[in-house]
Structure formats: structure tokens, C-alpha cells
Design a protein around this ligand. Sequence first.
Ligand code: F6P
Length: 342
Amino acid sequence: MKRVGILTAGGDCPGLNAVIRGVTARAVGHHGAEVVGILDGWDGLMEGRHRPLDRNAVRGILQRGGTILGTSRRDPYVHGEGAPSVMHTLEREGIDAVVVIGGDGTLRTALQLAAEGVPLVGVPKTIDNDITATDVTFGFDTAVQIATEAIDRITTTAESHDRVMLVEVMGRTRGWIATYSGIASGADAILVPEEPYDLDAVADVVRRRAAQGRRYSVVVVAEGIDPPAGSAVTLSVDAFGFERLGGVSTLVAARLEELTGFESRVTVLGHLQRGGTPTAADRVLGSRLGVAAADLAARGGFGRMVALRGTAVVDVTLEEACAGIRPVPPDILTVARTLAAP
Ligand code: F6P
């Protein structure tokens, strides 16, 4: 490996800079390679936009949120002609390996490009924690921490005003952030896409708590749950065909207010969960995956992705990584159900 490119694509995620720093330090210091940072995800690779990275260029970025390289939701198969639209940059610049840091949409694109001969390795990234073939994704811990702190704050104002407070968290079609932040904050109900929900049962919880003198309740809502029966939402889609989610809790709140008579209010945490400084756990995981990705690229492990299995960093095929969207397992959902709805 003489010259390696790094790109970050799709939504940003706390810990991306730790990965960029890890790849760079290992590629330069251990493998004696040159490193270039490709700007704005696949867009930069299609358009040949990049900047040199060395050990100095990645100092002081570990604690910064976002990505120093920029990102985009543009895709070579949607906005270009697939592999040829990125190959010309690699050939012209003498880049013989690319480290692609991305979520499921980006990894699916990487899988297709690898099949067409693009020399790349993957690093799984998402706050949603839903990538198959890795036990945890960096960014998830930070998102859960932010959501938990927010729910703690909502709880005290819910109590002062005798309100039902709904806090909507991200996670797309999976309820990892909702489940973890709901357990961690002691929420009274947690609604996730993995299970059907029953608003009459949630209303019962609210009434039971009121009968016990707790005239407030906090409900954590995953953004990807189905809207309550009878209500419809229209969603737009992004370049990877993913629906733009957000706002379903408003429909749930209206229904709960009708059922319980308690004023029901909504807070949608949105991109707050993705911004700002990563937790120590995400910085360490990002650093470990970055170093492993540089090693994987150096040994020519193209078409593969670094992953965490148990406590070990391993590598797996991109096919495995794209095999499905990982749901919250039943044992963790049981814990959530046991501790909510007292
Ligand atoms: O996949 C990460 C994520 O933050 C989801 O939880 C959320 O639905 C989506 O990205 C939001 O994407 P965007 O920043 O493009 O609105």
C-alpha cells in the first residue's frame, strides 16, 4: 500500500474523527504509506477532491464531533456511473486503497464497487447501532448518553407540570437508541419498531402512575415506529432510498392526550444526538477500528470490513455486513419492558 484514501459518507456520527486519526497514524507510522482525505464522501472521490493527511493534520481532532473530511449523501450509482466514476480518480492520484467509513447505505455501495474491482475496505459507522456483523457501532454510545441526559431533564419538568412528555429519538427502523436511553433514564414506556405498541396499555400506565400520586409520565418514542392506527404521514427519501423520519411522536402524543386527559407534549431530539464531542468509549472504538482498517487495507483485504465481535476487532466480508439491519434482541427488549410500565 503506497497511497491510501479515507472517506466518510452518509450521515455524520460522533467518533468519525477518531477513525480518521487511527487510519492515518497507522498507515503513515506503521505501513509507511501516504494518506489522502477524500472530501465530502463519494462526491469527492467522483470529482477528485481531496487533501493530504499526515500525523500532524490529524492532531487535536479526537474530541471533535462531525468529520473533518465532510460528508454527503451522494452516491456513485445514483449520481455517477458506478465504479468508472471513482476509478479515474484512484488511477490519476495513484491511490491504491480506500478506507470507506459509512453506514448501511454506504456499505452497500462499497460492496458493489468492490465487486467491480475498486480496492476498498469498510468501517461501520452509525449512531443507530444496527449494522449486522458488528456488535457495536461507534457513535451509538454518544447518542445514548445525549438522549439519556435529555430525558432526565424532561422528567423534572414533566413532574412540575403534571404532563405526559414524549421524547422522540433517532434510530431509523431500529430501536437501539430508544431502548438503551429508555432503560438508562427509567422511562415509563418505550416504543420501538421491533414490537407493535398498544396506546391503550400506555394510557393505562399513565393512569396507574397518577393513581399512585405520580401525575406525570415520560414516554420514549423511536422515530421509526409506525404511526398510530388511523393517522398517516408522508415521508421523503434520500439518495440511498431511506425515508426521512421524524415527528411520529406528535401523532402519538395527540392520541395519548385524548386517552388520558393529561396534557401531552413532544420533544424531538433530532440531530442533537449526532453532534458534539464523542464519549470516551466511542473515541476508543473509533481509534481501534481505524488502526485495524489501515492494517486490513495494507494486507489487501479488499471487499472486507473491520468489526467488533465481543471485545475483539476482526474483519468480515462486506456481504455479511450488508446482510440485514440488526434489531434489538428480545432479551434487551424484555429488560426494557420489565423496567418501564411499573
Ligand atoms: O442513520 C443515522 C441517522 O441519524 C438516523 O438515525 C436518522 O433517521 C437519519 O440518520 C437522519 O439523516 P439526515 O441527517 O440525513 O436527516
